[in-house]
Design a protein around this ligand. Structure first.
Ligand code: DX5
Ligand code: ZN
Length: 214
């Protein structure tokens, strides 16, 4: 059964504490938290200080999605937020293996992220060093984009690449109720949802998403 990971980037920043409380009342296990630097991606969002503050106010497992240039320069600060899961973009550094090792040495789950234009087979020599693969199903940085259908093929191919290893597949971007079912059927374990959850009726949207998972 796939899990829905709410993306806090989609929440109302002026009601952050209420949003966190709502997610905990809904028994959310993992919260997806975007970190964007305005250089690797066009947007700017949650830095390590804000993530630490949110982490202290929550019992959820934090899944920090690093979208920043030179992740090796920032990884210690991200580890210090207390996040249990940390992912780094394959394309963001020539030292992706180094960053993954730092995450693992700190006792956290390490994830590697690939953009829509990056084939899954570049991960071949990283498979023994990771706990999850995050497949971007939009181009990272901006909310409200449309899910890229070709991603379904990539999810299936990634499942083959993993070949029974203990690695989870996460997807992020443009997921709504209908697409959540499709990505689960293609082999996704962790499904990030932003805009389709934090809408006019988050409670019913979230419950519908969760009950669509089997
Ligand atoms: C986008 C972020 C996502 C974002 C997804 O770059 O990585 O986590 O919050 O938002 P939706 O689900 O609205 O596409
Ligand atoms: Zn994300």
């Amino acid at each position: 059964m796939a899990q829905i990971l709410p993306s806090i980037f989609g929440a109302n920043i002026l009601r952050l504490q209420d949003e966190i409380r709502f997610l905990e009342e809904e028994n959310t296990e993992i919260l997806h938290v975007d970190l964007m630097d305005g250089t690797y991606v066009s947007n700017i969002a949650f830095g390590p200080n804000q993530i630490s503050a949110m982490k202290k106010a929550s019992k959820m497992v934090f899944d920090v999605h690093m979208m920043l240039a030179n992740p090796e320069r920032h990884i210690d600060a991200v580890i210090n937020t207390g996040a249990e899961m940390i992912s780094v973009h394959y394309e963001s550094t020539p030292h992706v293996h180094f960053v993954l090792q730092k995450i693992k040495k700190a006792g956290r789950k390490a994830g590697v992220v690939i953009n829509p234009g990056t084939p899954e087979n570049v991960l071949e020599y990283l498979l023994d060093d990771i706990d999850y693969i995050l497949i971007m199903t939009i181009n990272p940085g901006q909310p409200g984009q449309q899910f890229i259908e070709k991603s379904l093929e990539k999810i299936r191919n990634t499942r083959k690449l993993i070949a029974g290893r203990n690695i989870q597949i996460e997807v992020d971007g443009g997921v709504n109720l209908e697409i959540a079912k499709k990505v689960q059927d293609a082999g996704a374990d962790l499904i990030v949802v932003g805009g389709a959850l934090f809408n006019d009726n988050p409670k019913s949207s979230y419950q519908a998403l969760k009950s669509a998972m089997h």
